[in-house]
Ligand binder design. Sequence first.
Ligand code: BEZ
Length: 221
Amino acid sequence: MPGLLLGDVFPDFEADTTIGKIRFHDFLGSSWGILFSHPRDFTPVCTTELACAAKISDEFKKRGVKMIALSVDSVEDHRNWSKDVMAFNSEAGTALPFPIIADDKRALAVQLGMLDPDEIDKDGIPLTARCVFVIGPDKKLKLSILYPATTGRNFDELLRVIDSLQLTAQKKVATPVDWKPGDKVMVIPSLSEEEAAALFPNGVTTKEVPSGKKYLRYTQP
Ligand code: BEZ
């Protein structure tokens, strides 16, 4: 992903989408955002992913996250493909609950480093990989994930990381392996014992380890 690092302001691009022309920062407003790219319309794995994203779109809404997809086909193709996606979900006739960006010139795919050199179309041009960008209300990149075209993503995992991102944006904690909302979290290493005691009224428990170092500190947020 050349040029775009965690903490960078996400590019404020203009694009044609299934809801008309957008400017990305205006589209986001003061919300969190998730942009997920797809190699191509009318492809099997992409269809299962979009269908899943549509099915759990209320979960993103609950978290205040605006969703937008991208693929390298036209708005017209996206509109037709959306009908297949909703029919796949047995919801034919219902609109896809988020827009799709038409990146048919691959301008954004290039700008955001999304091309997958292993997946080539019939004209020998690379397709987009399965990128995920989570953008905060400050328009800065909070998380990026890059999968090859041949591996579908897990959208429950995307909700889980958004829960972690939103919690850790508010509190001086970090979420351990396989954390889920409601589980204990870890106190970040930069906090002193005194600061941690003051910040976490539910208490801090420290796991003893052979080194004697007190870095495995848990609290209930
Ligand atoms: C798919 O969505 O099924 C797909 C797209 C491009 C390459 C491989 C799979």
